[in-house]
Design a protein around this ligand. Structure first.
Ligand code: S3P
Length: 171
């Protein structure tokens, strides 16, 4: 496992949490593309969307992908839900798609103690019907770019991470 591990998947599926657990188990560092973007432009994601629009945010994601490709090795990278659309996604490392049904994702987000905050910070989660349509549109696209798919629905994080590490070893 010498390459970066890139975790992709829909909003709220648990990419950050999985990345932190995987980092702890492998002794690697982890970075998150939304955090890198927020730090670079000194703005929160929702303010970037509100003030500059989604296409500017996508441009920032592409710049981040270019930076990762050039500079980052042996790292666990958690990504924003739309990051997988960058041109060079497959050049960044092993791509792992974390899957859950959309209802499973919404349920988990709603049950979270900080549900309100989790929804508020995500511009594309404001309208649930639109978010569902986005999930349906993206599902085959996530699967197309991924090396590995891991189901996270209703599973303990340790089990997910163990399966992930096992399937990457086999590749
Ligand atoms: C987005 C997902 C968000 C964030 C932005 C756009 C998307 O990240 O990058 O709000 O297009 O799905 P999370 O997947 O961490 O919520």
């Amino acid at each position: 496992m010498s390459k970066n591990i890139i975790l992709i998947g829909f909003m709220g599926v648990g990419k950050g949490r999985t990345a932190r657990s995987l980092a702890a188990k492998t002794g690697r560092y982890t970075v998150d593309t939304d955090d890198l973007i927020e730090t670079k432009v000194k703005m929160k994601i929702r303010d970037i969307f509100a003030e500059h629009g989604e296409s500017y945010f996508r441009q920032l994601e592409q710049e981040t992908a270019d930076w990762l490709q050039k500079n980052v090795r042996q790292t666990i990278v958690s990504t924003g839900g739309g990051f997988f659309q960058v041109r060079n996604i497959r050049k960044l490392g092993r791509v792992v798609y974390l899957h859950s049904s959309v209802d499973g994702i919404f349920e988990a987000v709603m049950q979270h103690p900080k549900a309100k905050k989790k929804i508020k910070k995500r511009p594309l989660l404001q309208d649930l019907e639109k978010a569902k349509a986005l999930f349906v549109h993206r599902l085959p696209l996530y699967r197309k770019v991924a090396d590995v798919e891991i189901s996270v629905e209703g599973r303990e994080i340790d089990e997910v991470v163990a399966e992930l590490m096992g399937s990457l070893k086999k590749k």
